[in-house]
Design a protein around this ligand. Structure first.
Ligand code: ATP
Ligand code: MG
Length: 390
């Protein structure tokens, strides 16, 4: 039996004139997600995208898994394509295709949608006939139109007739690449991969920046970031990772700045360098995994001092979330187990004993200016390491 995937557009149906553009990006992302799985014909009509495998050996389970992470889809279904677009063909296909599900169910109903108005039967007739055929084959079933165990969908469309059961929930959001570009500051922690996922869900195409301070931080810590981003890229698509050599700046911080301001000045340096990379990459915003009140550098006062270091918009999608909510999302995107691996992040190198929770911008700026990080920033920008994440 020939199986295909029927995908329903999500929020992009709300877009007016640029809907076409959104759909083109969505289809491009779907093609990318299916790369390496074999040949597919992909076409779009009436708010539905059809994915038709071109050979028998295509791994449709894997295709379903990958499609479930493509932003821009509310739901999708794995459906049987009836050999012919006739009522008889529908009645023959439905009981066979849905056998397993219907054997396990007690109640069912049929819903029919006829977008091809040339089809000689109207939706209520299709429902009645299909319901009758299923009851004849599975006499243990009862019809329940309010709370059925299984809803059988019959869709008569321009390209053919399809049968499927309850749709699978899509990833939601809007297609990556339709929401502009931004730099995600990625540590090896729990929060920043989740922040990356959340902004990708709003259509943002990501470039990642990671600050490394060898030998205080290890090669393993950098590899961990790569593995985290590989998980994120299953949602966000391919991206570049820029690794910034941060050691000299941190040593200068330790030597030339007041201890209680280490963290806040370090955060400002991260913003300034990330902004430079963002401009190179034509990104319009920075993204961090900060959450209000989580640590000393994430108070309102400290965030204000951090923001002042850059002219760019800073997105902090986790700002109002508590740790458990963030962890739940980290489980969902499968980054949690990697995040809790115990490698040092540069943030834990030379941490002050008593960081200021209410830093005063004037003092922060003058301490930073006195130390003069400009030459080191220039030097770091000349030694960025680029890794391609697929
Ligand atoms: P995370 O779990 O993401 O590490 P956190 O709660 O540990 O966050 P901080 O260490 O204060 O918080 O970092 C706050 C944010 O700063 C991170 O979410 C991330 O966006 C950015 N950040 C921290 N360390 C780095 C780093 N080494 N490289 C790039 N960005 C970083
Ligand atoms: Mg951290």
């Amino acid at each position: 039996m020939k199986e295909i995937l029927l995908l329903k557009d999500g929020e992009i149906v709300l877009k007016g004139l640029n809907r076409r553009q959104f759909e083109d990006v969505l289809i491009r992302n779907i093609k990318y997600a299916l790369k390496g799985l074999g040949g597919f014909q992909i076409k779009s009509a009436q708010s539905t995208i059809y994915i038709v495998p071109q050979s028998e050996d295509v791994d449709l389970d894997e295709a379903v898994d990958r499609i479930s992470r493509v932003f821009g889809l509310v739901s999708f279904s794995r459906a049987a394509m009836c050999p012919e677009k006739t009522l008889d063909s529908v009645l023959a296909t439905a009981p066979v295709y849905l056998e397993k599900m219907l054997c396990a169910a007690k109640t069912f109903k049929v819903e029919a949608k006829r977008s091809d108005k040339q089809f000689p039967y109207k939706s209520p007739e299709i429902c009645r006939e299909a319901g009758g055929a299923l009851l004849a084959k599975y006499p243990h079933l009862k019809v329940d139109v309010h709370h059925p165990d299984v809803t059988v969908y019959v869709e008569i469309r321009d390209f053919g007739a399809y049968v499927h059961a309850d749709p699978i929930r899509g990833a939601g959001g809007i297609p990556v690449g339709t929401g502009g570009r931004a730099v995600i500051l990625i540590s090896g922690g729990i929060d920043s991969p989740v922040a990356a996922y959340m902004m990708a869900k709003r259509g943002v195409k990501l470039t990642a920046v990671h600050f490394a301070s060898p030998p205080y931080t290890s090669q393993r810590a950098e590899e961990k970031v790569v593995r985290l981003l590989q998980k994120v890229s299953r949602y966000a698509g391919p991206m570049r990772l820029y690794t910034v050599p941060f050691t000299k700046m941190q040593e200068k911080l330790r030597d030339d700045c007041p201890e209680e301001l280490f963290t806040i000045i370090m955060r400002r340096l991260m913003m300034q360098i990330s902004e430079k990379i963002a401009k190179q990459r034509e990104c319009g915003a920075l993204i961090t995994g900060e959450s209000l009140g989580q640590v000393a550098s994430q108070t309102i006062g400290a965030l204000g001092c951090t923001d002042e270091a850059t002219d760019m918009v800073v997105f902090r999608p986790l700002i109002g979330m508590d740790k458990q909510e963030i962890i739940n999302l980290a489980y969902k995107i499968d980054t949690y187990d990697i995040s809790i691996e115990p490698y040092e992040d540069c943030c834990t190198v030379f941490t002050p004993r008593h960081p200021h929770t209410k830093p005063i911008l004037k003092f922060v700026k003058s301490a930073q200016e006195q130390a003069d990080f400009e030459p080191l920033i220039e030097e770091a920008m000349e030694h960025l390491k680029i890794t391609y994440i697929e």
